[in-house]
Design a binder for this molecule. Structure first.
Ligand code: PGA
Length: 256
């Protein structure tokens, strides 16, 4: 059974001191459960204070929202995988649709980021998803498959064991219009089939596939009721301790 994973993607929200206040409020309301893993992904500038507030052996893991593929060098404004590792990150979100849309990220560079993360002991969370126009044109599966084959090119079965996929339809991100459970499940199944065809069935049945896009305390229960959905990548609803706590509580009781 795959362990559920709930990831809070803070995006460009919260200063370092706001991160401390959030984590304290969150920790007061939550305790660990073997049934769900929790990751928070603050901005780079809040990672250090987040780590210090979480403490050295926290059950909550730290993730970054992006990474550069080189280890170091003349790449103004960028942050490398070893830098993130040293700050205590275990996960990194790669290829988020906001990075693809606003910063021109392409599958070729996303694949380099996935490989760099793996090389330096970070678990990449690769985001894929279609626009509304692509969905309406019946291209959802082909778009998602192309993003997967680009982003995961050259990875071994061993590499895949530390990769998570997040299916995030662009039209559902930040819009309040989540995909229905049925829509998400259909794409999750095609993602798993792609992994099986490209690698093997053992790799496909082990990999976690999260759903992201307007996940809230209201729709999480229905999404997690399907065993095709292994957790959620949460944006807006992860910024308020109460709603993030409620989402995690649903995950903690889901696969008991
Ligand atoms: P949202 O964002 O939950 O605010 O839709 C999800 C994401 O972009 O990861």
């Amino acid at each position: 059974m795959r362990r559920l994973l709930i990831v809070g993607n803070w995006k460009m929200n919260k200063t370092a001191s706001e991160a401390v206040a959030f984590i304290r409020a969150f920790q007061e309301r939550m305790s660990a459960s073997p049934h769900a893993e929790v990751v928070i992904a603050p901005p780079f500038t809040a990672l250090e204070s987040a780590r210090n507030t979480l403490g050295p052996s926290s059950w909550i893991s730290l993730g970054a929202q992006d990474v550069h593929w080189e280890t170091k060098g003349a790449f103004t404004g960028e942050v490398s995988a070893p830098m993130l590792r040293e700050l205590g990150c275990r996960y990194v979100i790669v290829g988020h649709s906001e990075r693809r849309t606003f910063f021109g990220e392409r599958d070729e560079n996303i694949q380099k980021k996935v490989l760099a993360s793996l090389r330096h002991g970070l678990s990449p969370i690769l985001c894929v998803g279609e626009s509304m126009a692509e969905r309406e044109a019946g291209q959802t599966e082909s778009v998602v498959t192309a993003q997967l084959s680009g982003g995961l090119a050259g990875l071994t079965k061993q590499d895949l064991a530390t990769v998570t996929i997040a299916y995030e339809p662009i039209w559902a991100i930040g819009t309040g219009q989540s995909a229905t459970t049925e829509q998400a499940v259909a794409v999750h199944r095609s993602i798993r089939l792609f992994i099986e065809t490209s690698w093997d069935s053992k790799t496909a049945s082990a990999i976690r596939i999260l759903y992201g896009g307007s996940v809230t305390p209201k729709n999480i229960e229905s999404l997690l009721a399907s065993d095709a959905i292994d957790g959620a990548l949460v944006g807006g609803a992860c910024l308020i301790p109460e709603s993030f706590v409620t989402i995690i509580l649903f995950a903690q009781i889901q696969r008991v």
